[in-house]
Design a protein around this ligand. Structure first.
Ligand code: BG6
Length: 298
């Protein structure tokens, strides 16, 4: 297995160094004029992003595991090639294989304006995955999936960039951008509902898959006095999730008192908008996370 020294020899640049993280897992630390950040090779998992002058943007549980074969709780897990449970196999791991395995570093590049970019690859089933993460003033994550197996006629997959955002108090935040969209309400037997004109607010468990939406979401956080913007492309679903009290207490890798401090706004293609590719075809899905001072809607 490759070591952090070998990774630094091959890919280390000013502003990005490889090292050993929690659980002995390999990671890269980013420290530039624009931001600090952290990405594990395990799951190609971004665990930290903090633009200079701002508080940390991502939430990671104090109880998270950092163990081969297990998902990190928080940051940005990659869900692939399925989202949630796999209907055809109840024993298959939730959200697929991508977040459970170590990825390979393909390249590291420094762009004076955009920031430091890390590109990782892996192969899962018939697909080749390429994931480019740019740490700059914004955090840009782009997952490109290619059907690399020529022996199949076509193949489909679901995907999500399952972004856990850090908030001051879930009861005070609001999310705009999904007004008037249809959504599947997973806490109400998977029924399909139509969102009203109001922004999303939280007073209990929320687990919604918004349908046919490519819009930008804005998370207003009065306690942290900031707005986080989640822009995206190549995605027709947005998932909004907070487990609230009971569900989080059932998760051993989620502290009992941590649920008010996070919310997930996930860039996704799932269910009816799963992606189907023919051999040689690719699909790209991206999300850009930006932070602004003040808790006003722009
Ligand atoms: C969300 C799902 O995306 O992920 C929820 O909509 C799920 O239903 C949550 O509980 C966390 O999933 P996991 O597998 O990381 O516990």
């Amino acid at each position: 297995m490759i070591s952090s020294e070998q990774l630094n020899d091959r890919f280390g640049v000013e502003g990005l160094r490889f090292g050993i993280g929690k659980g002995g897992l390999l990671k890269a630390d980013i420290d530039t004029d624009a931001c600090t950040g952290e990405i594990y090779l395990h799951g190609a998992h971004v665990t930290q992003f903090q633009p200079i002058g701002h508080q940390p943007v991502l939430w990671v549980s104090e109880k998270s595991l950092f163990t081969p074969g297990k998902a990190i709780r928080g940051g940005v897990p990659i869900c692939f090639p399925w989202f949630g449970g796999l209907a055809s196999d109840p024993t298959a791991p939730g959200h697929g294989w991508a977040r459970l395995r170590q990825w390979d570093i393909d390249s590291v590049q420094v762009n004076p304006t955009a920031g430091v970019s890390v590109t990782m690859t892996t192969e899962i089933d018939a697909f080749r995955l390429l994931y480019e993460v740019t740490f700059g003033l914004a955090l840009t994550m782009s997952l490109t999936v290619t059907l690399s197996d020529n022996s199949v006629v076509s193949a489909s997959f679901e995907e999500a960039l399952h972004t856990y955002l850090s908030v001051g108090n879930i009861g005070l935040v609001s999310i705009s951008g999904l007004e008037s969209a249809k959504y599947i309400d997973k806490v109400d037997k998977g029924s399909t509902k139509l969102a009203g004109e109001a922004t999303i607010r939280f007073d209990g468990e929320c687990d919604r898959v918004y349908l046919d939406t490519g819009t930008t979401c804005r998370l207003i956080d009065p306690e942290k006095n900031r707005m986080i913007e989640v822009a995206k492309s190549g995605s027709r679903n947005t998932v909004v999730w907070n487990p609230w009290i009971e569900k989080s207490s059932r998760m051993s890798d989620f502290g009992d008192d941590e649920w008010p401090k996070m919310v997930c706004i996930e860039t996704a293609n799932v269910g009816a908008t799963a992606i189907e590719l023919m051999p040689g075809q690719s699909h790209a899905m991206s999300t850009v996370i930006s932070v602004f001072d003040g808790a006003q809607q722009l």
